[in-house]
Design a binder for this molecule. Structure first.
Ligand SMILES: [Fe+2]
Length: 289
């Protein structure tokens, strides 16, 4: 069994829906796909996309991204209600949102652990990936989640990053000798946001930053995810959300982002490597790929 990775398929773009449709119906029947979230805000479209992927693979693993929890033009009271309905539906359809061991009869079996998550803003202190950016808009007004995501209004203590992190507690408690592959939609650590230098490059920001007032680090991810990766002792962690594909080892863990992204991001050359298709991460006959 081969384990493949993809994130941010955004199938509300026709080109992206087509890309997903063209994945072979036969080639991956014995394989597993890990989809790290962001398919569509329209629930019907999201479910159709997941079912399409499920029909092509033996196993599909999924965690929702922020776009999957947008509730504009719908009857949901809040995004948590939509999240719960989606997870129940995944369970009914045999789409895994809980840990599972794969390849148990093969030389290199693996435990796959989905991690639910949300981003921590600067107001969340140490759990945030926030980094100051000169000239930023402190309200991040161009960030659509501000308008399309709503958390329970009657619970003033509701704190999305810790809420979602707590949902992973059972997965963290289970003891297993198998290597762990974990995945989340959001970024687990600050360095993930940057290139090889692992820190902001003022020259690159000056040249390529299309939205100087927007500070991605406010909405990128959370240290909760990194803590859970270390607790699990993951050998590899897959993530999405940023729409920049990377593959590197930090403090002994391999972190991989492999997204489809928006059509315009591919044409700009911002999303690289996707022309080679899904990324193979593991083979239960051979180990890490
Ligand atoms: Fe996202």
């Amino acid at each position: 069994m081969r384990i493949y990775s993809i994130s941010d398929i955004h199938i509300d773009f026709t080109e992206n829906a087509q890309w997903i449709k063209q994945i072979s119906e036969k080639k991956f029947k014995q394989d597993t796909l890990i989809f790290a979230g962001d398919a569509a805000h329209d629930l019907q479209m999201l479910q159709n996309g997941l079912l399409q992927l499920r029909s092509k693979f033996q196993n599909i693993f999924f965690v929702p991204g922020n776009h999957d929890l947008w509730i504009h033009n719908s009857d949901w009271n809040d995004s948590l209600e939509k999240f719960e309905a989606l997870i129940t539906w995944c369970y009914e359809q045999g789409i895994y949102t809980i840990p599972k061991k794969v390849g148990l009869n093969d030389p290199y079996p693996l435990r796959i652990v989905p991690l639910f998550s949300w981003y921590s803003g600067p107001e969340n202190g140490a759990d945030s990936l926030y980094l100051k950016k000169p000239g930023e808009d402190p309200q991040n007004r161009m960030w659509s989640d501000n308008y399309y995501i709503r958390w329970p209004q009657n619970d003033t203590d509701f704190h999305a990053p810790s809420y979602f992190a707590a949902l992973n507690e059972n997965a963290l408690m289970e003891q297993s000798e198998l290597p762990v592959l974990s995945f989340s939609h959001f970024l687990p650590r600050q360095e993930m946001m940057f290139g090889e230098s692992l820190k902001p490059d003022p020259e690159k920001i000056r040249k390529f930053d299309r939205n100087p007032q927007f500070n991605f680090s406010r909405v990128a991810g959370s240290n909760y995810i990194e803590k859970q990766i270390r607790q699990l002792n993951s050998v590899v962690h897959l993530y999405g959300h940023q729409h920049i594909n990377r593959d590197r080892v930090l403090d002994g863990v391999r972190y991989v982002a492999h997204c489809l992204g928006y059509p315009k991001e591919r044409s700009w050359g911002m999303v690289k490597g996707i022309e080679r298709g899904l990324k193979r991460i593991w083979d239960t006959e051979k180990g890490m790929c």
